[in-house]
Design a protein around this ligand. Structure first.
Ligand code: ADP
Ligand code: MG
Length: 277
């Protein structure tokens, strides 16, 4: 049985990458379930209008269900939209609905449009009886206002990188956005974690990409890599994470290892950085 120490303060982690299909949603839900499986209370906020994270967590998110849309646009309290995931008593989700597709546009004309999620989350964390140990935010594949809301609300950015061609393409744009948010909206924001996903160790390409990422981001990259695994891709169609769907599979084992590593590293990933006492 693994020894983990739960964080004293809620860690707010946004899973972001403006590229689609790199494993953001897969990482958000499986990491959340893995953290929950080792005893952490975890809230997933689904900020992608596609609602794939809500689906994978087994949480209803049809158009009539109160969702993150109502929180961002109509200032619903976050706790009014949060649902338990049937998978674990430690796991919760603020679902996305199709309405969120319009939020990007609707937010443009709203007051404090970048801080809607932050305000809602602060209100929630200040009043809830038992705050979660982790809040994991699943972002859409763009650097629009939804992602900016996530950046303004979070302390940590987790970037999943797919071990394929052009893995690093677009990364400088993402890092530039994080710096801009740091400067203007949220000084606490930092890239704490990079996770290599869909790794196929049999190919030279995957090995080369992994090496290159580790060279550039030695402090941020987790030791753990997530292997390409059919079980991981099958799980969402059963409304489950891979942790519940096949807990012994290579993908489930890897996400649990990643969760333990993230807990052990604390908020500040890199050695020598502040907080590394
Ligand atoms: P994003 O949220 O960045 O768009 P997803 O998490 O939806 O990316 O992943 C894109 C596709 O890749 C999905 O079909 C997902 O099932 C699949 N996938 C993600 N991670 C893995 C993995 N480790 N092994 C196999 N398939 C994966
Ligand atoms: Mg996604």
């Amino acid at each position: 049985k693994v020894q983990v120490s739960l964080p004293e303060r809620t860690r707010i982690v946004t899973v972001s990458n403006q590229k689609g299909g790199v494993g953001k949603t897969t990482t958000a839900v499986n990491l959340a379930a893995a953290l929950a499986s080792v005893g952490a209370r975890v809230l997933v906020i689904d900020l992608d209008p596609q609602g794939n994270a809500s689906t994978a967590l087994g949480v209803p998110h049809s158009a009539d269900i109160p969702s993150v849309y109502d929180v961002l646009i109509d200032e619903f309290p976050l706790e009014d939209v949060i649902q338990p995931s049937p998978e674990s008593q430690n796991l919760f989700c603020a679902p996305s609905t199709i309405h969120l597709a319009g939020a990007e546009i609707e937010l443009v004309s709203q007051v404090a449009r970048e801080h809607r999620l932050r305000g809602a989350l602060e209100g929630y964390l200040d009043t809830v009886a038992v705050p979660p140990h982790f809040v994991i935010i699943d972002c859409p594949p763009s650097l629009g206002l939804l992602t900016i809301n996530a950046f303004a609300a979070a302390d940590e950015v987790l970037i999943p990188i797919q071990c394929e061609y052009y893995a690093l393409e677009g990364l400088s744009q993402l890092l530039g956005s994080v710096r801009m948010i740091q400067k203007h909206l949220n000084p606490a924001l930092h890239v704490s974690t990079i996770l290599l996903t869909m790794y196929d160790g049999r190919t030279r390409l995957a090995q080369q990409v992994a090496e290159e990422v580790r060279t550039h981001f030695s402090d941020e990259v987790l030791e753990t890599v997530i292997p390409r695994s059919v079980r991981v891709s099958e799980a969402p169609s059963f409304g489950q994470t891979v942790i519940a769907y096949d807990g012994q599979s290579a993908g489930a084992v890897a996400y649990r290892e990643a969760a333990v590593e993230i807990m052990a590293r604390g908020v500040h990933a890199a050695a020598g950085k502040e907080g590394e006492a």
